[in-house]
Design a protein around this ligand. Sequence first.
Ligand code: NAD
Length: 694
Amino acid sequence: MTEAVLYSLSGNVAVLTVNNPPVNALGQAVRQGLIEGLTRANADTAAQAIVIVGGGRTFIAGADIREFGKPPQAPDLNSVLSAIEASAKPVVAAIHGTALGGGLEVALACHWRAAVPSAQVGLPEVKLGILPGAGGTQRLPRLVGPQMALEMITSGNPIPAKKALDVGVVDHVADGDVTAVGVAFAAQVVAEKRPVSLVSQRNEKVSNVDPALFEAFRKGMEKKAKGFFSPWRCVDAVEAACTLPFAEGLQRERELFMQCMQSPQRAAQIHAFFAEREAGKIPGLPADVKPKAIKSAAVLGAGTMGGGIAMNFANAGIPVKILEVSQEALARGLGVIEKNYATSVQRGSMKQEAMDRAMKLISGTQRYEDIGDADIVVEAVFEEMGVKKEVFKKLDTIMKPGAVLATNTSTLDIDEIAASTKRPQDVIGTHFFSPANVMKLLENVRGKASSPETIATVMQLGKTLRKVPVLAGNCDGFIGNRMLAGYLREANFLLEEGASPAQVDNALEAFGLAMGPFRMSDLAGLDVGWRIRKGKAHLRPKDERYSPVADRLCEQGRFGQKTGAGFYKYEGRNATPDPVVEEIILASAKEQGIQRRSISDEEIVQRCMYPLVNEGALILEEGIAIRSSDIDITYLFGYGFPVYRGGPMFWAEQIGLDKVLATIREFHKVHGKAWTPAPLLVRCAEAGTGWPKG
Ligand SMILES: NC(=O)c1ccc[n+]([C@@H]2O[C@H](COP(=O)([O-])OP(=O)(O)OC[C@H]3O[C@@H](n4cnc5c(N)ncnc54)[C@H](O)[C@@H]3O)[C@@H](O)[C@H]2O)c1
């Protein structure tokens, strides 16, 4: 026996305990160990049944990600499953923690499944761009029917034990030690002489299924699964389970699995998966640096961002005080928070008790003295350097020593803000995205004086708040908004050159962005950018092309959705094209002598997306981002970039950096300086490599 699977006897039941911490991943040693354990148990005259259980905190939680991309090592998972099914003695899976992916596929091959109430089961493969490739798509529908199997396999979301029992994934749920639960159930199976029934041979639920069920399911997932590859193949595989005998269904599953493996979407989703883990690693932080404990928080400003940020703390169980300048602003801010929670309760995504608990953790004040003992304060007041400095000066005098002083600024210089305190080592940027209670990205921005401990604290805070933290360096716009500048610039230029706001938005939404630039700007409010542009107008070189369209919309009071008009006119949230906007665009083109032409969707995508890549290369070379995948994470979680394209930097690699560079050079010739290729892009493209690995 390998040490990865331990053998023991409990009465007349052989127990195979998977021993591969931390999550009992199905590595080669575990697969081998399971086969050996089954052989030994079948030969053991003292054993009449077999239990497979996970040691430690979970059942088998899935495939071993360390084996991803490596040549397969025997035995493969299907051989393990065949050995389980072929066992002459009944095999019971005893599930605690999670049985996910290959873990659940092992359980599905067992003759019975027992679980403790806290266990969860699921097939999350779709989230990595693949499908369950070891019989999951063929066995699960045989247990739960096609509809439920489709829901589980295409969402990838796990279900709790109680539900698993109701729908038929597991046969038995009981409280107690999981091995004891499994052994008792196995002993019962033996005592009752229950006949062994293989899931693969149960055809009742997959016979005579109306094909319309699959068509309806495909139709229902059109919006959510648009652009993805594997969800559609998951449906094909479940359909195969309902139309083919088991062995042929398995073959079909294999073919579909291989198609997923070869898809660019799979490569992108795997990249995103590893990029997210990688983003948490900060090179150069001394190994002994520990994040400070955050047990209480304060937020300055109860506006759009402050309210959402406070909700994040409360959702994580951390008490938070919000400080505002007036009672009125405070009441308004707290009112919005309450309304947001109430909407979640109404929609069923939050329980009333959870809302009550969160609301109890949030309080308001107008007095700085009340927040002095918080472990962290996040400032979210107006975006003006003068105001920020004043606020930080004040914080310096009242916050307890060692408290983290964080700013949610989207553009301002962290070092300048830090310099208004006597403790710049404790000052750092924590850039949340709007709506702050929803968006997953937390772009942490280190100043030159931010201490390793402060950095470690806000990176850990991101995880505590269930965000995806990325560490950026201090520059205008940091990672995300700095890249966005070129994207928005080109989107606006395209209007003058001949495209309409709807054409630009539609082309980029077809590319996969959650929302095109103009619908997004209208939603965020055009006045925000207008104010920033006015502030920086004196810095703009006179010979640089500039589109005044957005400014002119603002001059007419068109601030976007909130005023009922921006790049579109609005009825509620419904955007429709507006001839007034077209007039403004035409006038602007005429003034600049721009010959309008018909513009292809392909050009729109390249003109708007390649600035992200080019600026990304500068950001990478300057060290503003630690690694190219951090830039991808920023765009995936903060800017609605489609995960099936992996992020702008990965996407560029998939196209080929040489091809991207060639197009950028073309644009450079036509549109001038803004398209100067980034030196790093040139070097990588000419060397025929991808981006440097961080
Ligand atoms: N709105 C966004 O999409 C977004 C996204 C990321 C970051 N940010 C940044 O977050 C910060 C806040 O932006 P917002 O959109 O929430 O602004 P907002 O105008 O909605 O809210 C600012 C709040 O701060 C309060 N305030 C002003 N001065 C204060 C002071 N001295 N003490 C306490 N409260 C004070 C105001 O009364 C107001 O309620 C800005 O730095 C902004 O750049 C905004």
